[in-house]
Design a protein around this ligand. Structure first.
Ligand code: FES
Length: 85
């Protein structure tokens, strides 16, 4: 059995319940607004895809299509070209 991650945002120790509560209470529409209320996503940014996933889970954002997902969203695809056969 897998443990549920303790936090969504480890930089500021923000858990999912806090994020969901802030989204519902303040009608938040994107990850920047979540950051304004909870600080989640305002550090390294690693958790931003998880914040968008929570927004999608709540029906605030459309669920991303698999074809739109990037394996390394923080990298420019041109940076990877030299390493791809
Ligand atoms: S883990 Fe959320 S900003 Fe770093």
């Amino acid at each position: 059995m897998r443990d549920t991650p303790r936090y969504v945002c480890y930089c500021f120790e923000v858990d999912k319940a806090t994020i969901v509560s802030a989204i519902k209470q303040h009608d938040l529409r994107d990850e920047d607004e979540i950051g304004s209320y909870t600080r989640a996503g305002c550090g390294c940014g690693t958790c931003k895809p998880d914040l968008r996933a929570i927004l999608a889970e709540l029906g605030v954002l459309p669920v991303p299509r698999a074809s739109n997902l990037k394996p390394f969203p923080w990298l420019d695809p041109e940076e990877l070209e030299p390493f791809i056969d």
